[in-house]
Ligand binder design. Structure first.
Ligand code: ATP
Length: 290
């Protein structure tokens, strides 16, 4: 019986653009993503035989094939030609579910890293990234994380210069937003404004946090949905506490503010935890070597 522990870091979108619809039904995305120091902890136990199963501290997270970490482990075992092996995955969830922070995808990426550690690095970086893209759109980014530009469904990745040091206050209202529902709403009305991705890339190259923060933009915030009023309210509260910029991540419902002063970020979290229900401070996490 062999065991390994992995951290699964949450992601934030610094930008999110939808530039078209593809013939396969997926949307063409352009996103700048960042992993942050809010993480789930996963323990993988490898057995000679048996099922692949998960357990977690949250009752509503599935333990079977619907769990992306279970699916990732199964894909890995098939890829290395050992599908009869059993794996038990214990997941301690800290990343809020249905927040747009890629919690499930981060767990799946941690599962692929963990399995490769248990199997002595049998798959190459390229093979792992291929498997990741097959499990889910955000899983490839979550493999190495850091700061990256993601295109296509999110699986075409370009590493970017690291985000200058800063703090995030991340707030998640009690409601979650269904990703397919929001895409449907986006499809019913044309996207009128797009993020200035080129300007953001320039700001990252130059290490200009303020320039970057002025350009944080997510096309889903413009969708006609009453929940975006709550999102706008949280953004405005984060600015009250001195955030340089604010944004909803992914399809929400989590919203974050970027701060340079730790005391300001801490105070925002203390107050907004009471107002919003969930608010945590986090820092950018650099890319992991695969
Ligand atoms: P994304 O940012 O990729 O859109 P999200 O952060 O909005 O994702 P998740 O937290 O990944 O959403 O969870 C969405 C759904 O995925 C949940 O309702 C849950 O049933 C399912 N799910 C599958 N595997 C996991 C997992 N390991 N952790 C959490 N949810 C999972």
């Amino acid at each position: 019986m062999k065991q390994v522990l992995e951290r699964a870091y949450a992601k934030l979108n610094l930008s999110l653009d939808v530039t078209g619809r593809r013939s396969d039904g997926y949307h063409e995305m352009v996103m700048i993503m960042q992993t942050v120091s809010l993480f789930d902890e996963l323990r993988f136990t490898l057995r000679d035989s048996g099922p692949v199963r998960a357990s977690s501290n949250l009752r509503f997270v599935p333990n079977d094939q619907r769990n992306l970490a279970v699916r990732a482990v199964q894909r890995y075992l098939e890829a290395v030609g050992e599908p009869e092996r059993g794996v038990f995955i214990e997941i301690k969830k800290t990343i809020p579910v249905g927040a747009g922070m890629a919690g499930g995808s981060a767990d799946a990426a941690a599962a692929l890293r963990g399995m490769n550690a248990l199997f002595g690095g049998r798959l190459s970086r390229e093979e792992l990234l291929d498997l990741a893209a097959g499990v889910g759109s955000d899983v490839a980014f979550c493999m190495a994380g850091g700061t990256a530009l993601a295109k296509g469904r999110g699986e075409l990745l370009t590493p970017l210069p690291p985000l200058p040091d800063c703090l995030f206050a991340i707030c998640k209202p009690a409601f979650s937003i269904s990703t397919p529902e929001l895409f449907k709403k986006l499809d019913s009305a044309p996207v009128r404004r797009h993020p200035d991705t080129a300007g953001m890339l320039r700001a990252l190259e130059e290490g200009q946090l303020r320039e970057l923060c002025h350009r944080l933009y997510n096309v889903f915030e413009d969708v006609d949905d009453r929940r975006m009023r709550t999102v706008a309210r949280i953004k405005s509260r984060l600015l009250d506490f001195g955030a340089l910029g604010t944004l909803m991540t992914g399809t929400g419902s989590a919203v974050f503010g970027v701060f340079t002063r730790e005391d300001a970020a801490r105070e925002a979290c203390r107050v907004l935890e009471k107002e919003v229900g969930f608010c945590r401070m986090a820092r950018p996490v650099p890319a992991i070597e695969l």
